[in-house]
Design a protein around this ligand. Structure first.
Ligand SMILES: Nc1ncnc2c1ncn2[C@@H]1O[C@H](COP(=O)(O)OP(=O)(O)OP(=O)(O)O)[C@@H](O)[C@H]1O
Ligand SMILES: [Mg+2]
Length: 147
């Protein structure tokens, strides 16, 4: 599956996050990619809120990974600092995430499809609040997303 979605505003990005969240299930891996300020953390915040995570969700840039409890156990990772390492994928593996029992969302995640079933969400910047999303996932269930 590969499809593009035009997002006209931050509010629309929030709504995308809410409808995606409603279709997630345990074991899902979301790999977010896009330049600084694209909205990776913003999207994650709205997905987590929709999954009933209470309290503030902040960027895990310095701690690498934060885990939350909502309707699921949810891991939020910012892999930016791994990208400069000799072997980013190995460093990612060493985070030792239990994918099966949680939902995992990775900013700067393009290279880290450890389950082979990830949904890639690319975010391209447009004018103002405009963003173009590119959704890609090898697993057949992503083709059935209602967005
Ligand atoms: N359509 C949109 N979608 C998402 N965020 C938007 C949109 N329009 C404006 N914004 C604003 O852009 C900013 C995106 O910041 P955010 O921290 O989410 O980016 P990021 O991709 O996580 O960056 P970084 O690479 O630094 O982690 C937010 O302040 C948000 O309010
Ligand atoms: Mg971020």
């Amino acid at each position: 599956m590969r499809k593009h979605l035009e997002i006209g505003s931050a509010l629309q990005m929030r709504d995308f996050g809410i409808s995606l969240a409603a279709q997630l299930r345990m074991g899902d891996l979301l790999l977010l990619d896009g330049p600084l300020g694209a909205g990776k953390t913003f999207l994650t915040q709205h997905i987590l809120r929709a999954l009933n995570v209470q309290g503030e969700v902040t960027s895990p840039t310095f701690v690498m990974m934060k885990s939350y409890q909502g309707d699921f156990s949810i891991n939020h990772i910012d892999a930016y600092r791994l990208l400069d390492l000799v072997n980013p994928r190995q460093a990612f593996e060493e985070l030792d995430i239990d994918f099966d029992s949680s939902i995992t969302i990775v900013e700067w995640g393009a290279g880290f499809d450890l389950t082979g079933e990830a949904l890639h969400i690319g975010i391209d910047l447009g004018e103002g609040e405009h963003r173009t999303l590119t959704l890609e996932g090898a697993d057949s269930r992503w083709g059935q997303l209602q967005l």
